[in-house]
Write a protein that binds this ligand. Sequence first.
Ligand code: UT7
Length: 340
Amino acid sequence: MTKSIIKGIGHYVPENIVTNDNLSKLMNTNDEWITERTGIKERHHRKNRNDSEETTAFLAFKASQKALKMPGLSAKDIDYIVFATLSPDYYFPGCGVLLQEMLGCDTIGALDVRNQCSGFVYAMSVANAFIKSKMYKNILVVGAEVHSFGLDFSDAGRGVSVIFGDGAGAVILSASEDENAGDILSTNMHSEGKYADELCTKFPGSKYGWSDRMRLEPENVTDAEIYPVMNGNFVFKHAVTRFPETMLEALNAAGKTVEDLDMFIPHQANLRIAQFVQQKMGLPEDKVFNNIQKYGNTTAASIPIALSEAIEQGKVNRGDLVLLSAFGSGFTWGSVLFEF
Ligand code: UT7
């Protein structure tokens, strides 16, 4: 049977570090509030917010180069791209085609996934299905975001803008017939669109445009309607319910238990959410990997960045049973359970 193995992985973040103290100079916030409520100490933002080079596709390009290097593959070996982001370079086309061009891949298919915090889990699930159906052999699966150009750094936006950071992570998911190789054992994906407005950016969009002729009016900018809005408490409560559900679903589908897990890597939304879920699931601290303290919430990029760091630090090794789970805007949620 064809298995889906993670052959390569890499991550990349812009050099520029923004601390909580840096943010407190832009808006009415402070290190104590941010640390206590989220666990975040710093995040990376591209240096110059007018810098058109460090785009989402560019961060993905840098992460992908590292992922390709690990197994010694070239861009020509990739036969499909799945790219998850909520902060694309263009309104359209998506980032997948930009990455295909930057890497110099052949004229392969490039699919963009728009599932926000769950984007990487969705992307891996789709890629796994393509591998298992023998359609593709080496799929580049990416999560990347540039949030820093789209946040409200005034007092009005402080409940959202202190949380998010820029970054990218990439995985090479490959077909293997080796019976000793790892594999993706189960995946699940969910959505509940009735809560779409609880965490969203409304403009530009066909639902909320004022005029019949324009995607965006000057008033949308001055009224700060171009920025993300989040009902934080509401999202938090749903997250701590949905995480355990999707985790157990993934484990049950593969005939595994929580005790079998070597590492759980949650979407890095808020350290308090991860700690709550860890306790609820009865997981010891050394079996949960968090790095939100350094990167903030990088949405679709958070899981591949965390997985990449966990492997780099020797906390995830070949043969380990690893669970990736996410919850966020949509609402969407889901998991990927795999043997590395
Ligand atoms: O990744 C996608 C999924 N997203 C999530 O899972 C996020 C889930 N939600 C959360 O992580 C939390 O709800 C937040 C971190 C966003 C907010 O924490 P909270 O404990 O829910 O705070 P709150 O929104 O209830 O605000 C509490 C107080 C308010 O002041 P008052 O009304 O009590 O006087 C806010 O105005 O904290 C105030 N506040 C701030 N104060 C200092 C809000 N943002 C800030 C800030 N600095 N940055």
